[in-house]
Design a protein around this ligand. Structure first.
Ligand code: PXP
Length: 239
């Protein structure tokens, strides 16, 4: 492929709707418009507290999407059952803390190994690809491979928030993690905090095949429309 795959995370559209507990803006419409703009995948996070995406959104988006659907979720029995019923193309397991504003860090796969192994097996048996959202950390990536994940999504938050002095080291950590993922036979995705201004360095890392981007695209969409905002990001992902 001559460009990195783009998953557009549409949670923030649901956040705006939930701010008023009303019916607009509808994340289902957002998913359709993101596809019109050239998204390769629709990504959403069905949180245990349902603070933004609701079961109804998850069901309709999974039914209606013409591209791939990536469900982000915690590794719980409830979410596993929902995933098996919805049957998205992929699931990305993420940590969840009730008090967090967004997904703050990656999973610690070295703790609760059995739980992850069970969820990964159940989802894979159901024909769903499974990714682990982990920090740019060699031990976590090695464990993801041992646990049978198909992919890792590298948390790019530290890279995105790095000061000028920290930037090179944070970028190298993502690059090394991507290389390690590929060496362990995993598909490599990345995401969190990526913007129109910091995505170029990610595109240059050829071990990364997919980016999931939400906040920056939805923010731009407020001014230029979602289809246009997605189109502009797609343009930046060309290799
Ligand atoms: N990938 C994962 C696993 C996430 O949890 C999030 C945030 O919901 C994103 C990507 C997108 O992050 P952002 O909204 O900062 O682009």
């Amino acid at each position: 492929m001559n460009r990195i795959r783009l998953g557009v995370n549409i949670d923030h559209v649901a956040t705006l709707r939930e701010a008023r507990k009303t019916t607009e803006p509808d994340p289902v419409t957002a998913a359709m418009m993101a596809e019109m703009g050239g998204a390769d995948q629709i990504t959403f996070h069905l949180r245990e507290d349902r603070r933004h995406i609701q079961n109804r959104d998850a069901r309709l988006i999974t039914e209606m999407a013409q591209t791939m659907v990536n469900l982000e979720m915690a590794a719980t029995v409830e979410m596993q059952e929902i995933a098996l019923a919805l049957h998205p193309d992929s699931v990305t397991l993420v940590p969840e803390k009730r008090e967090e504003v967004t997904t703050e860090g990656g999973l610690d796969l070295l703790r609760g190994t059995e739980k992850y192994a069970e969820v990964v097996k159940a989802l894979k048996d159901g024909g769903i690809k499974v990714a682990a959202f982990v920090g740019p950390d060699q031990a976590q990536i090695k464990e993801a491979s041992k646990l049978g994940f198909n992919a890792v999504e590298i948390h790019t938050g530290e890279y995105a928030n790095a000061t000028r002095a920290e930037f090179d080291r944070a970028l190298k950590a993502v690059r090394d993690a991507a290389q390690s993922g590929r060496k362990h036979g995993l598909a490599v995705h990345a995401g969190h905090g990526l913007t129109y201004h910091n995505v170029r360095e990610m595109v240059a890392i050829h071990d990364i095949e997919e980016l999931n981007i939400g906040h920056s695209i939805i923010s731009r969409a407020v001014f230029v429309g979602l289809e246009q905002a997605v189109r502009e990001m797609v343009e930046l992902l060309k290799r």
